[in-house]
Design a binder for this molecule. Structure first.
Ligand code: C2O
Ligand code: CU
Ligand code: CU
Length: 473
């Protein structure tokens, strides 16, 4: 098979469209510039466009680890797939072609779009078929999303083979200075055989059973498909990082030397105010937006690390779980420091969903592989509700490992975790529920009727059927 280096040529009906180059190259985004006028001021008006791209899933052979070639599944020949970008209000048209030897689908994780465009197990695309995903990006939904396959019982396999990519939604009235250099960082991990092949053990093998329990982790950590890449920063500079955890099971507890981050957003975009943190935990399928301030001196370097995070059942906890892992090097250039830009104290309003409007409370009890004691059945509806209804969900984890809980179609706001009120409002579509803990969120089923999945986002658990169906009528 031929190795394709760049993204395939994509048809663009909009200048503002981007399928950015392989994100591993950390390009300065051409898109950002498109929103600036010649003097560098942000353009405050922009009419919606159509972002039209072709996305092909196909086998490919790439070099992922030094010294070997690996048979993968890739979107447009790349692992990760190209980063898609659109603005709020844009219509997105994705001509998807399935050249895999098996059925797949493309799920637009976190996006609020119609049921038949959700790419869930209800809408598989057969090998050799194509499908146009067409949807409009809602106002107020700017944030960092991602896309991945979602065929029944086979998501973990296809993501392990290389199918995942980022989807950035921008707001014309983004409150942060447009001059901040931006990076999209997609975190993933994988395991390889000595010949460079992706290690996917049989389900009934010892490793297969550990993967089924823990979720599949790999000993090789990637940022945008690269091992330990370097990002340059200048002293004084502030960078905006959008981080996607595309791992099947690994949770990253991120720290950058002793430096603090400004945590500015999560799954569904910006918070109302930045929050200063020393470390940040990002469970699988979650996203964060951070400001990294170049507080070091010219020539210095710091490592972005994943610190130990114990999400495991003791019996299957990996022996090296307590080792910090290096993810990337932040290298300060030798250039003289620049003056730090001003960061607004107020980012955007995150209006509260009114708890007094809630018409039902749902309890979801998580046990190993089950939600409320049931394995998933596509023919069963687990929860049904009226379009426009507001509900409170309580997720209770009864077992000794973390389960990140995800709802399709509708973003939610976490009310409390273990009864402790959430310190600030944020739009979420995944909430990690640690071992023996609970969380409550509030959700309003706006706009789109249909059948929506909710599930544990540890892909092995999801594939075993730790998933249910919410029907909105
Ligand atoms: Cu990331 Cu059901 O999805
Ligand atoms: Cu999803
Ligand atoms: Cu789980």
């Amino acid at each position: 098979m031929r190795r394709k280096l760049s993204g395939a040529v994509l048809c663009a009906s909009s200048l503002l469209l981007t399928l950015a180059a392989r994100p591993a190259e950390f390009p300065r985004s051409a898109t950002l510039q498109a929103t600036l006028d010649r003097t560098g001021t942000r353009v405050s008006r922009r009419s919606p466009r159509t972002v039209e791209v072709t996305l092909t899933a196909a086998p490919a052979r790439l070099s992922l680890v030094p010294g070997s070639q690996t048979d993968v599944f890739a979107y447009n020949g790349q692992v990760p797939g190209p980063t898609l970008e659109a603005f709020e209000g844009d219509t997105v048209v994705v001509h998807f072609i399935n050249q895999l030897p098996e059925p797949t689908s493309v799920h637009w994780h976190g996006l609020h779009i119609p049921f038949d465009m959700d790419g869930s197990p209800f809408h598989p695309i057969a090998s050799g078929d194509s499908h146009d995903y067409i949807f409009t990006i809602g106002a107020g939904t700017a944030g960092t999303y991602w896309y991945h396959p979602h065929p029944g019982h086979n998501t973990g396999h296809q993501v392990a083979m290389g199918l995942y990519g980022a989807f950035v939604v921008r707001a014309v009235d983004d409150p942060l200075p447009a001059s901040l250099p931006e990076r999209v960082l997609i975190l993933s991990d994988n395991r390889f055989g000595p010949d460079g092949s992706i290690d996917l053990p049989a389900r009934d093998s010892h490793e297969g059973r550990i993967d089924a329990e823990n979720g599949r982790e790999g000993n090789v950590l990637f940022v945008n498909g690269r091992i330990l890449p370097t990002i340059e920063i200048r002293s004084g500079e502030v960078q905006r990082w959008r981080i996607v955890n595309a791992s099947a099971a690994r949770v990253y507890r991120l720290a950058l030397g002793g430096q603090t981050f400004l945590h500015i957003g999560s799954d569904g975009g910006l918070f109302e105010r930045p929050v200063e943190v020393r470390e940040i935990t990002i469970a699988n399928a979650e996203r964060v937006e951070l400001l990294v301030r170049g507080s070091g001196k010219p020539g210095e370097r710091v490592m972005l690390q994943a610190l130990p995070y114990d999400r495991y059942i003791p019996q299957t906890r990996p022996s090296d779980w307590n080792q910090p892992r290096d993810l990337l090097t932040l290298q300060y250039s030798s250039a003289a420091p620049v003056e730090a830009p001003l960061i607004p104290a107020m980012l955007r309003p995150v209006p509260a969903i009114d708890t007094s409007q809630a018409t039902a409370r749902r309890v979801m009890v998580l046990t190993q592989g089950f939600i409320n004691g049931n394995p998933m059945d596509m023919k069963r509806v687990d929860v049904s509700a009226a379009l426009g209804a507001t509900e409170i969900w309580e997720i209770e984890n009864l077992v000794g490992m973390d389960h990140p809980f995800h709802l399709h179609g509708f973003r939610f706001q976490i009310l409390d975790r273990n009864g402790v009120p959430e310190p600030f409002r944020q739009w979420k579509d995944v909430v990690n529920v640690p071992k023996h803990e609970s969380a409550r969120f509030i959700v309003r089923y706006d706009d789109y009727p249909g059948k929506w999945m909710f599930h544990c986002h540890i892909l092995a658990h999801e594939d075993q059927g730790m998933m249910g169906v919410l029907e909105i009528r």
